[in-house]
Design a protein around this ligand. Structure first.
Ligand code: SF4
Ligand code: SF4
Length: 210
């Protein structure tokens, strides 16, 4: 059966707040300059599996198609290979766009098999420093009911020693936290001053209430 792309021209929602939020994300500032040349889509190794190609997704951001964008599988299937970003003649970074959309989708409660796999993958890597196949499959199976169909295949891999049960854990996992929780930049002196004043004002208001 031929794979049918969804029609990106039919918008159910035009959300300018969403669009402006995305355009403020790092790497997304030039999205309004997209000329729809399609080089990103032609360069993408997984666009044939995506609901919308990177080119379509960029256009949908311009149109503020929040629901269609956040519910697409495109943002989860991106492999962050950067082919689109290095080739875009307008200096747009669809790779960064995908990364900007993931936390927005999760914050909006998007829950599908692709977002679940992404979260399981992050959890396993965060805890162990490596992507254990056994942990990935077992944890994902608990969250994705459809994986039960893959049970015979998993058992076959286990019986042939192709799915090691041991977890090859990284030695210094606390260092991973620096990746997942980057240190916030030191506040500028004037920002510290403003924060201090805000704290004093709050204290005074608290005293008045007492
Ligand atoms: S390569 Fe750049 S300009 Fe061309 S469609 Fe993709 S994002 Fe738009
Ligand atoms: S970074 Fe993502 S969207 Fe861009 S070409 Fe690679 S897989 Fe496709």
């Amino acid at each position: 059966m031929k794979f049918m792309k969804k029609d990106a021209t039919l918008s159910e929602s035009r959300d300018t707040v969403f669009r402006d939020l995305v355009l403020k994300s790092p790497g997304c500032e030039k999205i309004p300059t997209c000329m729809q040349c399609g080089i990103c889509a032609g360069s993408c190794p997984v666009s044939h599996e995506m609901d919308y190609t990177p080119r379509q997704l960029v256009r949908m951001i311009q149109l503020g198609m929040k629901q269609e964008v956040l519910n697409s599988n495109t943002i989860w299937l991106c492999t962050t290979c950067f082919s689109c970003s290095v080739r875009c003649p307008r200096g747009i970074h669809p790779t960064e766009l995908m990364e900007a959309l993931k936390p927005i989708a999760i914050a909006e409660g998007i829950d599908n098999k692709n977002s679940r796999f992404d979260q399981v993958f992050s959890e396993v890597v965060r805890k162990n420093g490596r992507a254990s196949e056994f942990l990935l499959i077992s944890k994902y199976s608990l969250r994705e009911p459809g994986m039960i169909k893959q049970a015979p295949f998993g058992l076959s891999l286990l019986s042939k020693g192709k799915l090691p049960l041991s977890v090859d854990k990284m030695e210094n996992t606390p260092e991973l936290e620096a990746i997942f929780n980057p240190v916030k930049p030191e506040a500028k002196p004037e920002e510290k001053h403003a924060a201090g004043n805000a704290g004093k004002t709050a204290d005074k208001e608290g005293e008045r209430e007492e």
